[in-house]
Design a protein around this ligand. Sequence first.
Ligand code: HSE
Length: 431
Amino acid sequence: MTSVVETLPVDAEPACRPGALRIGQLGLGNVGSALAGLTHRSAAALHDHGISLETCVALVRSVSRPRPAAAWVGTVTDDPDLFFAQRLDIVVEMIGGIDPAFALVRRALDRGIPVVTANKSLVAVHGEALSDLARHRNTAFRYEASCIAGVPFIGTFERRPLASRVDGLTAILNGTSNTILTAVANGDTFAAALAEAQRRGFAEPDPTADVSGRDAAEKLTLLIRRFGQRLVAPAQIPTAGITGIHPTDLRAARALGGTLKPVAHASWTSGTLEAFVSPAFLPATHPLAGLSGATNGILIDAPLGRQCYIGPGAGPNVTAATLLDDVYEVATEPHVRTPPAIASTVTTPQWARESGWFLRIATDAPAADISQLLATYGVWTSRIECVDGCVHALTFCATPRVLRAALDAVATATRADVAGYPVLSAEEPAC
Ligand code: HSE
């Protein structure tokens, strides 16, 4: 089997400059190529900051695929043993997914090699185990680029234990979904918007992860562990994607004074963990309502007061920049290792107890009749609009169970397609 682009004896030192820190890249796809190029272009700037980096080796699935970024890498190989035969100072993982990323990252950490990753699936599922291993080997495991890549808040909070006491969070964590909803609200089709997100490198290789909410659920899982000290599995988080949103919903949301956004929410003040990923109605005054395109944001509810961080969350260049910052930090701040273990309990998240709801009832029945029927089941409308042959309404607070019963009754009575999405108020608490 051909395993290297540039043939190299297994025990040879790669062609790295003496004194340079040797990076081994796991992956040389979109993000990996952006990182190799950025590392190369940043040489002078990093030299001014006292370090010299060189990408000595990249492990890829197939060496036969043409890779322009190989020009910035000493050796490109598909052989893990050859990769680990190099003397490496830092490994950067950008393969994505669990296999083989988990085994490769574990192999690096087990040797005491610090690892930096952008892989939210890996961190969501194995973040605690890999952090434990890094602590055990007195090395670093950093994952700033795995969630809202362009806003370096995870590491900041890790090093600030008082500011990082958090009660809950509301966030837009998926740039592809936000790009699509923004574009559809402006008149584009879902398919054209998704194609544009793919072209710009925001979307996952399988964009189902984006539009189904799975990508956001993985990111929420790691935030719940980091901020809420609770271990959950991404699949346990109640999750709804954006595929059920109609263009008319976005027009109606605007008419009702807000917008629909792909939201991830978690709170743990009540003792139980409430969490969901879902499109949600945000009033125009909500701090996240104005975020468009691939912009992400996180609103943190903390005892010291609310904090909001906003910035780019997707795309190879943004992700590569944050990965390289993590590399720089690992290289220059040896005391910044993997932070102390978080006291984590295993928890099953519940959907929020109650909220207001944004409803779509695709019927031409009179709005007053719909309102009255909903009220019979304990769901009271605060505003109601007829847009494009659909009734859309905002309701006062109701539990998901009460809402479901009311919507089932409306669906039976009208034979209409019905949908309900939570309303998040600009102020807390919502209900
Ligand atoms: N597919 C992800 C997104 C990439 O659209 O947000 C960044 O994690």
